[in-house]
Design a protein around this ligand. Sequence first.
Ligand SMILES: Nc1ncnc2c1ncn2[C@@H]1O[C@H](COP(=O)(O)OP(=O)(O)OP(=O)(O)O)[C@@H](O)[C@H]1O
Length: 554
Amino acid sequence: MRLYLALFFALGISLPFWGGEYGVSTGISILLYTVLAAAWALFTGPSRYLSLATSAFFGVGVYAVALLHERVAWPLLWPLAFLGAGGLAFLVGLATLRLQGVYFTVFTFGLAELVRQLITWGQRNLGGSVGSYVFLEVGQEAIYGLLLFLAALVYLGGEALRRSPWGLALWASGDDELAARHSGVPAVRVRLLVFSLTAGVMGVAGAAVAPRWVYVDPGLAFNPNTSFLTAVIGLVGGLQGPLGAFLAAPPFVLLWDFLSGRFPHHTTALMGLLFLLVVYRLPQGLLGLWKAPLKAPPPSETHSLPPSPAPIQPPVSAPLLRAQGLSKRFGGVLAVAGLDLEVRPGEIVGLIGPNGSGKTTALGLIAGTLPPDGGEVVFLGRKATGLSPEALARLGLGRTFQQVRLFPSLTVHQHVYLPLALRGVRGAEEEARRLLRRVGLEGQASLFPPSLTYLDQKRLELARALALDPRLLLLDEWLAGLSPTELTEGMDLLRSLKAEGRALVLVEHVMPAVRALCDRVYVLSFGELMAEGTPEEVLRDPKVVATYLGVAHA
Ligand SMILES: Nc1ncnc2c1ncn2[C@@H]1O[C@H](COP(=O)(O)OP(=O)(O)OP(=O)(O)O)[C@@H](O)[C@H]1O
């Protein structure tokens, strides 16, 4: 890969000396689509939000030059194009990046057309004629040089982003948005930031190539083909990083040039066919040929850390969490019906009951996963109802899921590093390693979740939640499916969390663990509280025995 990049830039730098006018002109097309597709992949790859708005951002850059070049020097128009295109993406993103991916795609598809219509209308009504002349004395070499510089910048920026907490956060939220938000990732904000930055780059690319044209009109600047070609090159190259565009743009542009010379009426159809073939044979794009995994950030920080965290010293008087009258309905099913529940600092509270009695739903209502239909939650003395999962995570509320939810694109180490880095913890690298050691995953740091055993995936989920330094941990059947030895280890681990002053809510069906670990237990049945008390009290309660445990447990 490094060799390919070195070759790309060596050829790129030397081309003006041997390529002649035609060579530089072809080089401009290649570099333009390299920049556009790399910037596109930097957002669409990790986020899985497929944008078809490239032509809108590119067109804003082109038009910035077309309208302002007589008053503002060309180099000063580059930052303006960046701000214009980035600003447009920011506004669009504010409205659409909360939507599910497919709506976003449809919206972005319409955006370029909308901007094109607006500019046409504006020019016709304010200026009299649609389109503008571009009288700029800029040589091909200058355009080429700027695009080559942009390509290098996008590559380096993209690589830095992928290793940064924000880049990891984007990958995590693309993998599993809910799990990411419960790990403290502000998913919408991260998407908005990267979408705006990459759109800004597309705007600069537009400003770079605008002087090539003598006359610019909205149809040229906001041509939807720009969006499609960018997406096709990005997909053919592969979405794992910016490099895919560097691999796919040169052959794609050269082939396009060749085919449009030989078969001018069939170029699009032939390229479409080729695209289908490539995607069919290489679903991960050309980058998929290199199986280099995403690397964990290299150990760079050397801050010394205490061997284990100092116990949290919460105020003992106030409850850590109080839920009152919580209810949730799914259609005709009342999953949780007026639940009152309290967790005090450092307590382990069990939440048990038959299948379908509302335990997972109750956890979701407490953690902000689901909005309640009624009732309220107070966490750390403040109203928590209505707070987002990421806000609650940042306050120190961690959770695991009944069905393990991890991020396939992140290494084991990155899973734990991400919440720590987002919280601004000093020495996050080393702290992540310490947490992995604590759950017994120190040897697996550079693996990806699919290569872990089920038990190790559960351990990783716990370590990721611990990276929030949680005051309260909600564990949904975390001990389920463990062998007797693993169960003993798991219980010891949970005891050690309690010893640090953390409170735990355990949704569990493993009764020996409930008996051994819990200070108090709530029993749910059909969404309602059936019993509450110490494990001994509730597990002997005849109602609980009859509806949940059966006579054998009495
Ligand atoms: N997203 C949903 N949409 C519709 N119904 C749901 C949804 N989530 C839960 N339910 C229903 O709400 C009720 C409570 O489900 P919940 O998963 O909270 O129970 P549980 O006690 O955690 O069960 P289990 O022990 O099997 O995990 C069930 O009847 C379930 O089918």
